[in-house]
Write a protein that binds this ligand. Structure first.
Ligand SMILES: [Mg+2]
Length: 259
């Protein structure tokens, strides 16, 4: 009698555990593509992040999300960044080709310097493509070496603008006193020859936002009589504020944000 009850209890326990187990299995996620490819889900997130950054929907960010290191690396050095630059400079060129410069020599273009004319991608590789926070001393040491390579698509645009009779102003937030000579040398050794003026940040603009500083510079040029046909930069702060020019063009840069 007692052993029959024990056997019955044992059977009930087995059934109970089977019921729990089948419930747990049923609750597991099915094997979907996303489950099997966690990298794909991560890449989707990083693509959304990069698009939001480029569209200026994400602002004031200090570092690239750590999970996007490989994604940004692949974007920057895997070919897509270069293709994007080529695409944008083609758009710029189709706009330029519709402008007939006047003979008064006052048709102007404004180009930013860092990651517009010359590239810091090599430096940022050492900063995990922006996953590490901004390092002012490290960047200054890099800039002082004067070894930033030209961005080929922008160098061709620059040469076409100069040849086409435009006055090209290179406007940079780099400090004039400490980086003026190295920057001028770097631009020269990379083929940026024939620009009208290289304008760097003087002491009076120290501590001011890039938007205020660059707006003031553009205002001065307009007061000198220049017509700013286009303004090209990799930061939104290059392209905001006043006296923006007839058109602005944003180049990609998912590695850092300059306020
Ligand atoms: Mg720049």
């Amino acid at each position: 009698m007692f052993s029959t009850m024990a056997q019955r209890l044992q059977e009930l326990m087995v059934l109970f555990f089977l019921a729990i187990f089948s419930k747990a299995v049923a609750g597991l996620k099915p094997y979907t593509r996303a489950n099997l490819m966690p990298d794909a889900a991560n890449n989707n997130y990083c693509l959304s992040w990069r698009l939001a950054v480029e569209a200026n929907n994400v602002r004031g960010w200090r570092t690239v999300p750590a999970q996007c290191l490989r994604y940004i690396e692949a974007y920057m050095i895997g070919g897509q960044y270069d293709r994007d630059l080529e695409f944008i400079t083609q758009q710029i060129w189709s706009y330029v080709s519709g402008i007939v410069p006047s003979s008064d020599g006052l048709d102007a273009w404004i180009l930013d310097v860092d990651d517009t004319c010359i590239s810091n991608v090599f430096y940022y590789k050492g900063k995990r493509y922006g996953c590490d926070p901004y390092d002012p001393a490290g960047f200054k040491a890099w800039a002082l070496m004067g070894g930033c390579p030209a961005i080929p698509a922008v160098l061709r645009l620059f040469m076409d603008l100069v040849e086409g009779g435009f006055k090209v102003f290179l406007v940079t937030g780099r400090d004039q006193e400490s980086l003026g000579q190295a920057t001028a040398d770097n631009l020269h050794n990379q083929g940026f020859i024939g620009y009208e003026r290289l304008i760097l940040r003087t002491a009076s603009y120290k501590g001011q936002s890039a938007v205020k500083y660059k707006s003031d510079i553009r205002k001065q040029l307009v007061e000198e009589g220049y017509r700013i046909w286009g303004n090209v930069g990799d930061q939104w702060s290059d392209l905001q504020g006043e006296f923006l020019g007839n058109r602005t063009f944003k180049l990609p840069n998912p590695m850092y944000f300059v306020p």
